[in-house]
Design a protein around this ligand. Structure first.
Ligand code: F6P
Length: 366
C-alpha cells in the first residue's frame, strides 16, 4: 500500500527546516510513498485561492535537491494561521476567531492523505496534537531557534542562532573596547533565555539578562563600574527579549491577537538607557532580531534536522501518531505530543551551564 503523506512548516522559520523536508521526502520516496507539501502552515489548505500553482503540491526527489544547507523553508510558513483560532474577516471589517481544524481533516480524507509530518515549535505542535486527537495521524518535528521545547535535548535552529550571536559578540568586543562603551545586545528567545545564555557565555559577555532571572539594573551597573575600576573600560551585556527587571514589565512590541502570539522586543533599549544614566558611560544597543533566524544551518542543526526528518518517516512506517521526534543523545526517540504541547522549557536555574557562567564571573543582575 502506497502511503501518501503531507508535510508542513509552521511558526517562525529556523535554519534546518529545509533539511527536515529533504530527509522526510527522500525517506518517504525511498519507501515508495508519495509526499505533498502544504504551503504556509495550513494556509495552503485553508486558502488555496491565494496560490496560483496550488496550496498543496507534490514534493519530488528533484524538488528537494540541494536544499539541506539553505535557510528558510521551501514550503513557506506563518505564525498567524492557527487553524484552531483562525482570524476570519467579517463583512463589517472585524475578525472572528474561528475553529477551521475540521477543514484540515476533510482535506486529508478527500485527497486520501494518510498522515501529516508537522515541523514546528510549541504553537505548531499544539495544533498537531489537537489534529491527532481529532483522528489525523501526525508526527511532530521540534523546530525553534528559541530551544524552549520540552522533552528534547535541543531543537534544530538553536545551534545556528547561538553560533551567529556568538560571532556578533566577538565582533562587538573590539568596537566596545575602542570607544569604552557599554554594548547591549538584545537577542530573541521568547520567554526563555537559552540563546542569551549560550551565546553570552561563548561570546564573553559580562552580564547576561534572561527571563528566568529577574534583574536589578543597579547590579548590572555595578558590574560595569567594577570593570571600569579594573581598567576594563567597556562592558558587553546580552539581554534576552523576554528578560524583565525585578519590578516587572516585560517589553512587548505587539500584543497577541486572533491566531497569533504576542511579539516581544525593546528591552535592549531600556537597559541601555538605564545603564547610560547610572554609569555615565556611552551605551549602544544592537538588536540581532531576525538575523538569528537566517542563513545556513550549522552542521549540528543540519544533521539533527536530517535525522529528525528520517525518524519522522520511520515513525509513520510503524503507524505511530501523536508523537514528536526528540533528540535524546546519542539517539533520536519519540515522545508523546501531549507531553510537549503547551509546555515551555526555560533554562533550569540549577543547570551547570548557568553555574559555569556564575563561576567565571558573569553577572545575571541578581
Ligand atoms: O520563536 C521564534 C522567534 O524568532 C522568537 O524568538 C521571537 O520572539 C519571534 O519568533 C518573532 O516572531 P516574528 O517572526 O513574528 O517577528
Amino acid at each position: 500500500m502506497v502511503k501518501r503523506i503531507a508535510i508542513n512548516t509552521g511558526g517562525g522559520d529556523a535554519p534546518g527546516l529545509n533539511a527536515v523536508i529533504r530527509a522526510t521526502v527522500l525517506a518517504a520516496i525511498n519507501r515508495g510513498w508519495e509526499c505533498y507539501g502544504i504551503r504556509d502552515g495550513f494556509n495552503g489548505i485553508l486558502n488555496p485561492d491565494r496560490y496560483a500553482d496550488g496550496g498543496v503540491f507534490r514534493l519530488t526527489r528533484d524538488g528537494v535537491r540541494g536544499i539541506a544547507h539553505l535557510g528558510g523553508t521551501i514550503l513557506g510558513t506563518t505564525n498567524k494561521g492557527n487553524p484552531l483560532h483562525y482570524p476570519v474577516q467579517m463583512p463589517d471589517g472585524t475578525t472572528r476567531d474561528t475553529d477551521r481544524s475540521g477543514e484540515i481533516l476533510d482535506y486529508f480524507a478527500k485527497e486520501k492523505l494518510d498522515a501529516l509530518v508537522a515541523i514546528g515549535g510549541d504553537g505548531s505542535l499544539t495544533i498537531a496534537h489537537a489534529l491527532h486527537k481529532m483522528g489525523l495521524p501526525v508526527v511532530g518535528v521540534p523546530k525553534t531557534i528559541d530551544n524552549d521545547l520540552d522533552k528534547t535535548f535541543t531543537t534544530f535552529g538553536f545551534d545556528t542562532a547561538v553560533a551567529f550571536a556568538t560571532d556578533c559578540l566577538d565582533r562587538l568586543h573590539s568596537t566596545a573596547e575602542s570607544h569604552q562603551r557599554v554594548m547591549v545586545v538584545e537577542v530573541m528567545g521568547r520567554y526563555a533565555g537559552w540563546i542569551a545564555l549560550h551565546a553570552g557565555i561563548s561570546g564573553g559577555a559580562h552580564s547576561i539578562l534572561i527571563p528566568e532571572i529577574p534583574f536589578d539594573i543597579e547590579k548590572v551597573a555595578e558590574k560595569v563600574r567594577w570593570r571600569d575600576g579594573l581598567g576594563r573600560m567597556y562592558s558587553i551585556v546580552v539581554v534576552a527579549e523576554g528578560a524583565a527587571p525585578v519590578e516587572g514589565g516585560r517589553e512587548v512590541a505587539e500584543a497577541a491577537g486572533t491566531g497569533h502570539a504576542e511579539r516581544l522586543g525593546g528591552i535592549g533599549e531600556r537597559v541601555a538607557r538605564a545603564l547610560q544614566e547610572r554609569t555615565g558611560k556611552d551605551a549602544r544597543v544592537v538588536v540581532l532580531g531576525h538575523l538569528l533566524r537566517g542563513g545556513s544551518p550549522t552542521s549540528f542543526d543540519r544533521l539533527a534536522a536530517l535525522r529528525f526528518g528520517a525518524a519522522a518517516v520511520r515513525a509513520l512506517e510503524q503507524n505511530m501518531s501523536g508523537v514528536m521526534v526528540s533528540l535524546a543523545f546519542p539517539n533520536v526517540e519519540y515522545v508523546a505530543l501531549e507531553e510537549v504541547a503547551g509546555r515551555m522549557k526555560g533554562v533550569p536555574l540549577d543547570s551547570d551551564t548557568l553555574q559555569t557562567a556564575r563561576d567565571i564571573g558573569i553577572n545575571f543582575g541578581d
